[in-house]
Design a binder for this molecule. Structure first.
Ligand code: ATP
Ligand code: MG
Length: 460
């Protein structure tokens, strides 16, 4: 159990710089006779020297009292039964003010059946997940650190407030949150916390897909994502059972890593963006279904990229990802093995198919894959990719044509030149575009119209 220490002994002399509006909210609540503090993630991030992305406030005022104290502000009763009032400063800046509370029993491993408002800050801190998230700060009273969160921050340890098994049983999402904070801050899990997280991983099945999605994205983009994936693989398999088949595959070559280890490496080597890291996490999951044969003892899995993409689509839907992200991720997975040819024609073709943003992503995942291979061909392939990137930049700088939008004639101009209206126009435009992309026709109006005349599509 986390140690409770007296507040004032923990009050420290350093200052946390609080945004003006947050200080004004604290003052307004205090003027009404209530206690108020900034709390949780913003205190943790400030102590780590990072800029907090939001400032949460906790107070002894009940929600209606909070609203009365903040009558000069635009307030919304966001989660009044949980005690939360949102103060809207403008459309980009909001502050959440939550009444000190303790959580009742949890019967579904997700949410408390009821919450109870309490008078003491200590009780409120006690319901929070980890010691590093259970600190409050007040400009005059200093840091209120009832569970040694500051020491854990210094040691780089994620430790549950209270008994880990009980805390994970209450809300199983905390298991993933523990891994997420360890990944993002390069921390480790305290022994009991790690054991309870692993033992109770089956409870993750009761957590809604979107809550898992949000934590997974943050976790995968952390510095220590690779370490978390290898150290807590069984936890990931609990909500991503599709990984199990990949884990069962073994490399027979001593100089080749196992497919799962290679996957973990590729996640860590990809830039820290959810789309890229998810594409890497799932790019091989189709392998167990696509073993075809061995060449010189090396197993081949022809067609696994498409199978992985199909499995990834199922997973991402289950985790409630939006359709745009699902298409980007699965497209990258499906293409992860296609060769990149750095000529202008080939890059223009890929640009017309994928667009510049997605093509850059494809180059980034291919680089991550190369970096994860121990092979001698590494420098060669990297050289080709770098050349392809230079070609891409050149094409974009020169504003070369690779989509209908940039073609030097429009459908309207073809009609004006005598082409009959109808489906034919679209076909002609696409043919012209293909010839321009392939470098067989110059993207100039006269050239394109002359070609149409030569083909007899318009009268000369
Ligand atoms: P982030 O940087 O992602 O915002 P955060 O710690 O602020 O991290 P939030 O989800 O914004 O995370 O939650 C704010 C605070 O609420 C946390 O710092 C923690 O004290 C508490 N908290 C959030 N989720 C839980 C949970 N599942 N169980 C217990 N306490 C929680
Ligand atoms: Mg937060």
């Amino acid at each position: 159990m986390g140690k409770l220490v007296k507040y004032n002994r923990q009050a420290v002399s350093f200052m946390i710089e609080i945004p003006n509006t947050a200080s004004q909210i604290l003052k307004a609540l205090e003027l009404g006779g209530y206690e108020a503090y900034v709390v949780g993630g913003c205190v943790r991030d400030s102590l780590l020297g990072k800029t907090p992305h939001d400032w949460d406030i906790c107070t002894s005022a009940l929600p209606h009292q909070t609203i009365a104290c903040l009558c000069g502000y635009h307030t919304i009763e966001t989660g009044i039964q949980h005690g939360t009032v949102t103060v809207v400063i403008d459309k980009n800046v909001c502050y959440e003010v939550t009444t000190f509370r303790q959580d009742g029993t949890y019967s579904d491993h997700r949410r408390p059946d009821r919450v109870e408002f309490v008078r003491s800050l200590r009780e409120d801190l006690k319901r929070r997940d980890f010691t590093i998230n259970a600190m409050a700060y007040h400009p005059q009273k200093g840091l209120i650190d009832a569970f040694d969160g500051q020491a854990d921050l210094k040691r780089g340890v994620i430790r549950c407030v209270g008994e880990p098994a009980r805390r994970f049983e209450e809300d199983a999402l905390r298991i993933l949150r523990a891994l997420r904070f360890a990944s993002v801050y390069e921390f480790s899990l305290e022994h009991e916390t790690a054991q309870a997280a692993t033992n109770l991983r089956h409870l993750l099945c009761s957590i809604a897909g979107e809550r898992i999605r949000d934590e997974l994205c943050k976790l995968l983009c952390g510095q220590n994502a690779g370490v978390m994936l290898s150290s807590f693989t069984s936890i990931f398999c609990e909500f991503l059972p599709e990984l199990n088949g990949l884990l069962a595959l073994n490399s027979k070559q001593s100089n080749q890593p196992n497919p799962w280890d290679a996957t973990v490496q590729s996640v860590a080597n990809a830039p820290a963006k959810p789309i890229l890291r998810l594409a890497m996490l799932f790019h091989e999951i189709g392998k167990p279904f696509r073993f075809t044969h061995e060449i010189d003892g090396i197993p081949r899995y022809y067609g696994h990229a498409q199978k992985s993409a199909a499995l990834a689509r199922t997973i991402l839907r289950r985790l409630r990802f939006d359709n745009a992200s699902i298409s980007k991720i699965t497209q990258l997975i499906g293409l992860h093995e296609t060769a990149v040819v750095p000529t202008e024609v080939c890059i223009r073709r890929q640009l017309s198919r994928l667009g510049s943003e997605q093509l850059r992503r494809l180059f980034q995942i291919k680089k991550a894959l190369i970096a994860s291979q121990p092979s001698d061909r590494k420098t060669d392939s990297l050289f080709v990719l770098e050349q392809a990137e230079r070609t891409l930049n050149h094409i974009l700088e020169q504003k070369q044509c690779y989509r209908l939008k940039n073609l030097a004639v429009t459908g309207r101009e073809l009609i004006a030149a005598g082409m009959p209206q109808g489906a034919q126009i679209g076909k002609v435009l696409r043919t012209l575009l293909r010839l321009v992309i392939d470098g067989k026709l110059e993207n100039r109006r006269e050239c394109l119209l002359a070609y149409c005349q030569k083909e007899g599509w318009i009268a000369s």
